[in-house]
Design a protein around this ligand. Structure first.
Ligand code: B12
Length: 457
């Protein structure tokens, strides 16, 4: 940094874009580009001027009337059928581009004042076609402007992104400091560093107010996870497990609720309940004490083991409406090769605590992994029945094989595709780790099994 000539006095303009999703299915299940909007918050704090284009905008002024609003801020994206990627031609499902029409994105790019740089994010690895399509359009309309690509695909498939994405910079991992540094270098603007990587309380709130409407707030109270489950990339994406203080989190919830009248909040944490005494309990007590009347949801699943009676009561009193539990399988023999986060009878116990606290079965769901390499389908069937017998909803989490996870090697061996050759095969809809003969009928049968019938424990 010392040899840079940082002399610029006006404020550089940065354009941030959330790309489309190209997939067999997509739904706004409290899914926001929190990483990109975190970077946006940081840049704004450092004096950069920002413009935001959200290709997944459900509230774009020119499309709102055509999109069905869902419960608790969730909802459908606009979509249009597009050709399937050649390598997925055997999948008997329609492939679509989800989000606003290309013409609206092109118009926004043409009408935007010339930015000093464009920042593009990426989420699921197998969504890269939407990212590439976006970068191509940016290049056509703004050929001179540097494009930076970051996010989950860029981190997990860094070499692929460098080779194929067409961006000028690909950044891997938590790259807030690096982005500020690169943008200072590109623009000659000296912003000064105002946050500390190791202290999440020094971060500004994500710039979620850049959206046309705030249907809900994704909230992250910490990064990373102390567990190292074989199917999960959390430890690779966030090398260090670190938390915000409970006060900082409660302040943020109060801020969005009071200033923007937001009612729904979805926790994105991988380990929300860990060290509950010093983290989630004071957060929830703070929410209750301050009389903040909102609804909370945990689409990314809660750990089962730490879910005590006391926590269940606090979750209920604080206004949790959607609880997802990370069960993954109801079989514990040989489970240590997958994870060590839950043991026998802990699931039943956590469900009984939640029910005693006041939750109805309809608000509780248990994720079951489906499509793991070598998975015994009989066990999955039995797991579904065990979850249903407890009067809660089994939710099939279709396995996406992810590089840099312990299970990746097994996934590559088990796949009927050349998994390592292209992230398109990570798609969770295609059951990439099931070998031939592969039966879509069996898949439909298992999905039907998760539908309610009414028995309860
Ligand atoms: C929240 C979450 C969800 C949410 C929605 C997320 C969304 N926005 O769409 C929900 C619960 C809906 C969800 C669903 C799923 N998820 Co998910 N999810 C996550 C989770 C826990 C957090 C993501 C996040 O927002 N992190 C917080 C932000 C701050 O971090 P970030 O995005 O990485 O951004 C940072 C950097 O990447 C960088 N950055 C980001 N953008 C940019 C841009 C630029 C230019 C730069 C320079 C830097 C940069 O800076 C940011 C700050 O450091 C991750 C795991 C994890 N720990 O990351 C899994 C994860 C992404 N999910 C995963 C999976 C498997 C799924 C599901 C397939 C699960 C299932 N079987 O049903 C579904 C698929 C969703 C679908 N089809 O719609 C996998 C990824 C799979 C893959 N192949 O890519 C992950 C990694 C978890 C895992 N198993 O390892 N998920």
């Amino acid at each position: 940094m010392s040899n840079l000539n940082l002399h610029r006095k006006d404020y550089p303009h940065i354009l941030l874009i959330n790309p489309w999703i190209d997939d067999f299915a997509a739904y706004d299940f409290w899914a926001k580009p929190l990483g990109l909007l975190t970077i946006a918050g940081i840049l704004r704090m450092h004096g950069f001027k920002l413009t935001y284009i959200d290709c997944l905008d459900r509230f774009h002024p020119q499309i709102t009337n055509t999109v069905n609003p869902g419960k608790f801020g969730k909802g459908h994206y606009l979509k249009r059928k597009i050709p399937k990627p050649e390598k997925l031609r055997d999948v008997p499902r329609t492939y679509s581009r989800y989000g606003i029409p290309e013409a609206l994105v092109q118009k926004a790019l043409r009408e935007s004042p010339r930015p000093d740089a464009v920042l593009v994010t990426s989420l699921m690895t197998y969504w890269y076609p939407g990212v590439f399509a976006l970068i191509k359009i940016i290049r056509e309309i703004m050929p001179e402007v540097p494009i930076l690509l970051g996010g989950i695909y860029a981190t997990l498939c860094y070499d692929h992104a460098v080779e194929h994405a067409g961006a000028d910079w690909v950044l891997s991992g938590e790259s807030e400091a690096e982005v500020v540094e690169i943008l200072e270098r590109l623009t000659g603007f000296a912003s000064g560093r105002r946050f500390l990587h190791d202290d999440l309380d020094t971060y500004p709130y994500p710039a979620l107010d850049l959206q046309h409407a705030i249907a809900y707030i994704p909230i992250l109270t910490g990064r990373g996870c102390p567990f190292h489950c074989a199917y999960c990339a959390s430890g690779f994406l966030n090398r260090q497990f670190r938390r915000r203080s409970p006060e900082h989190v409660v302040e943020e919830i109060a801020y969005w609720h009071k200033k923007h009248a937001v009612k729904d909040f979805a926790f994105y944490d991988d380990a929300l309940l860990i060290d509950a005494d010093s983290h989630i309990m004071p957060i929830l007590e703070g929410v209750i004490r301050r009389g903040i009347s909102v609804r909370f949801h945990t689409p990314n699943a809660l750990h089962i083991r730490p879910l005590s009676k006391q926590i269940a009561r606090l979750l209920f009193r604080a206004g949790f409406k959607t609880i997802r539990l990370g069960l993954e399988t109801a079989f514990f023999k040989n489970r240590q090769s997958l994870d060590s986060k839950v043991g026998p009878s802990e699931f039943e116990q956590s469900v009984s605590y939640l029910k005693e606290a006041g939750f109805g079965g309809e608000s509780i769901g248990a994720y079951l992994l489906f499509g793991l390499p070598g998975q015994d389908i009989g066990q999955l069937e039995a797991s579904i029945k065990i979850v249903r017998a407890c009067g809660v909803k089994p939710v099939l989490a279709q396995y996406s094989p992810i590089p840099h996870t312990a299970l990746w090697g097994d996934a590559v061996k088990a796949s009927r595709y050349d998994l390592a050759s292209d992230p398109i095969f990570h798609n969770n809809s295609i059951f990439a780790c099931q070998k031939e003969p592969f039966s879509w009928e069996k898949i439909s049968y298992l999905k039907k099994l998760t539908q309610p019938e009414g028995d309860s424990c």
